[in-house]
Ligand binder design. Structure first.
Ligand code: F6R
Length: 365
């Protein structure tokens, strides 16, 4: 079952090119540059005219929602709010006509997400699901939805489901944008580039051994920071969560500029700080954040674009990813972070597929 991999998590990380191809397959119309999501087609009018979206989920799924917020706001110019399902269900959210809720869940069984869906439905919202497990409770409870189609995810730490959740939200945002205001050239370019993402992920997976070497040098440290901006701020949160979950290292993910509002006090000699510093995401600003970390003795692990020479002098460790449209970057930048967490945990001798205290689906509150 492991197909030669040492753990399900590693297998699922390496499955991502195929899993995402399956997720995108038949959904990208490369002739007419449209996106076809059969599960929500009936609601397309309602989605196009929606006044506001609420994206909700827990943990990794919530991180995917955050990426979705940036995408829908930027590409579809629509108001979006992201809320943890566990908070949404106990708030008194304002749900008016034209509010659409999108609930994201790998298992389709998360208790808080389900409760939030039920509450929003009672208040009259249309609720869509972005779910992996076919026929799961959330898939059955939502009004309509889009399946991830990545196959079973067995490793407790979510990997391929995360990238597929982001891919589905990306498709929704592009299609919504296309129907609303995106010009044809931009739509074509996004769909063309999205179609190439599985191959690009394949290229990034080749860095696994190099990332293992970085883990050997930094994996003994107990406190890490993960920093990114824009589309890659949620990616930073996801990188930190992966590391916490399976290697039990304390890690904090932040939008990079927030560092100086407090967390910078944590930085001491040799503390690893992982930066996603691609050309797209406010590059110059993030360079100054990197300098601040280095000035305090932090060790920088930088994810940067191929061909960026300027970055070399700022990096203790450098991981290069291909240039992609910034809207698609989380799909690529997440991969080295998954590998980093994996290798750190393995080097610590931990059971990466079944980390302590965690269950694959959280069906109690
Ligand atoms: C992280 C992880 C959890 C889940 C969360 C939601 O690796 O696995 O944070 O993402 O419990 O689970 P689902 O997506 O099944 O609703």
């Amino acid at each position: 079952e492991l197909g030669g991999y040492e753990h399900y998590m590693l297998k699922e990380i390496f499955e991502q090119p195929d899993a995402l191809s399956t997720c995108l397959k038949g959904r990208l119309d490369m002739n007419n540059y449209k996106i076809i999501l059969g599960g929500i087609e009936n609601l397309s009018r309602q989605l196009t005219t929606a006044k506001r979206f609420i994206l909700t989920g827990c943990g990794t799924a919530w991180h995917a929602c955050l990426v979705g917020e940036y995408l829908m706001e930027r590409l579809a110019r629509t108001p979006v709010e992201v809320e943890y399902a566990s908070e949404l269900r106990y708030r008194n959210p304002i749900i008016e006509e034209g509010t659409v809720v999108i609930a994201v869940s790998q298992s389709g069984e998360t208790a808080d997400t389900l409760a939030a869906i039920e509450m929003c439905k009672e208040r009259g919202a249309t609720v869509l699901g972005v779910v992996n497990v076919v026929g799961s409770t959330i898939a059955r409870t939502t009004d309509a939805g889009v399946y991830l189609r990545v196959g079973p995810e067995i490793g407790v730490a979510s990997t391929k489901a995360f990238t597929a959740q982001v891919a589905v939200l990306t498709m929704m945002a592009i299609e919504l944008g296309r129907r609303r205001h995106l010009d044809n050239a931009r739509t074509e370019q996004l769909i063309t580039d999205l179609n190439k993402i599985p191959n690009i992920i394949n290229d990034v997976l080749k860095y696994s051994d190099m990332i293992k070497d970085i883990s050997k040098e930094c994996g003994d440290r107990e406190n890490w920071l993960f920093l990114g901006r824009g589309y890659n701020y949620p990616t930073a949160l996801e990188g930190a969560l992966k590391l916490k979950e399976i290697s039990y290292i304390h890690a904090e993910g932040l939008p990079a500029a927030e560092m100086k509002h407090g967390p910078i006090a944590l930085i001491n000699d040799g503390m690893p700080a992982v930066f996603i510093a691609t050309r797209c995401s406010n590059y110059d600003k993030i360079i100054s954040n990197i300098e601040e970390v280095r000035a305090r003795g932090g060790k920088t692990i930088i994810i940067a674009n191929e061909g960026d020479e300027e970055i070399e002098r700022y990096a203790d460790y450098l991981i290069r990813i291909p240039n992609v449209d910034d809207a698609l970057e989380p799909l690529v930048a997440a991969i080295p972070l998954q590998l980093l967490a994996y290798h750190c945990a393995v080097l610590r001798g931990l059971d990466v597929d079944k980390p302590r205290n965690l269950a694959k689906s959280v069906t109690v509150e």
